[in-house]
Design a protein around this ligand. Structure first.
Ligand code: ADP
Ligand code: MG
Length: 237
């Protein structure tokens, strides 16, 4: 069986700079896969390639066994892909409920969108802010809403770029449980995150990027002892 997401040999060049240099990974349905690496390693660029916002000079992207390398973001969304951005991208003047509704109406369950939104508000415990405009939310809550928006379309592949930035301890624990439950529901979750406690706790598999190359992959307990990984992070932590 192919992995839900298969990325092979991706290269992206900015000016003379190789942001990605032959990088690839696998993400399985029903699992949380972590993509980690120092600042500037190429993680967000890798996400741009997976979701079709950036064309690589080499490489292939397969989602659910289909080659989507030449497809744009909208077509990839129809293959079940959703992502969040490192920068918050909510509709500031819309309420939390309406932000979720817009996303749910883009998904395959359009006629049930209101019910999907109610489920997400329950699942993320957003009742107290459901009618607040996104502009008014503290960062931690806004992050949860953004994740809610990503899952509103019932994606089979979810890309999360530093979703826990700005979450407090309790929110982070709730968030870890949410990621596990998304995987338990059968989604492939691909997580870029700096909070190593969260990454080690929640991921089944890790891939490590450094200077555009994948330097290691494996389960968290192996990666945390990998010499190349420790060397890449020296001076960072
Ligand atoms: P990460 O998310 O791991 O911190 P990025 O993917 O944002 O890393 O960046 C990887 C490298 O590519 C960095 O050296 C960054 O400066 C460069 N880069 C990213 N986006 C652009 C861009 N639009 N134009 C030029 N260089 C970029
Ligand atoms: Mg980034």
């Amino acid at each position: 069986m192919p992995s839900l997401l298969e990325v092979d040999d991706v290269t992206v060049v900015f000016g003379g700079n190789r942001a990605l240099d032959g990088a690839g990974l696998r993400a399985e349905a029903g699992a949380v896969t972590g993509l980690i690496g120092p600042n500037g390693a190429g993680k967000s660029t890798f996400f741009d390639v997976v979701c079709g916002l950036r064309k690589p000079t080499t490489g292939r992207v397969h989602i659910g066994g289909s080659d989507v390398t030449r497809h744009g973001p909208a077509r990839r969304a129809r293959h079940g892909l959703a992502r969040t951005f490192q920068r918050l991208e909510l509709f500031g003047r819309l309420s939390v409920r309406d932000n979720l509704l817009v996303a749910a109406e883009l998904g395959p369950h359009r006629r049930k969108a209101a019910g999907v939104v109610t489920d997400i508000i329950d699942r993320l415990e957003l009742h107290h802010v459901a009618d607040h405009s996104a502009d008014e939310l503290p960062t931690g809550t806004a992050r949860l809403v953004e994740v809610g928006r990503a899952i509103a379309a019932k994606p089979s592949l979810i890309l999360l770029d530093e979703p826990a930035a700005g979450l407090d301890h309790t929110e982070t624990e709730r968030f870890a449980a949410l990621l596990r439950s998304l995987a338990a529901d059968g989604a492939a979750v691909l997580l870029v995150e700096h909070d190593m406690g969260l990454v080690m706790n929640v991921c089944d598999q890790l891939f490590v990027l450094d200077l555009g190359k994948m330097i290691a992959s494996g389960p968290p307990e192996v990666i945390r002892r990998d010499q190349a990984v420790l060397a890449a992070y020296l001076g960072e932590v």
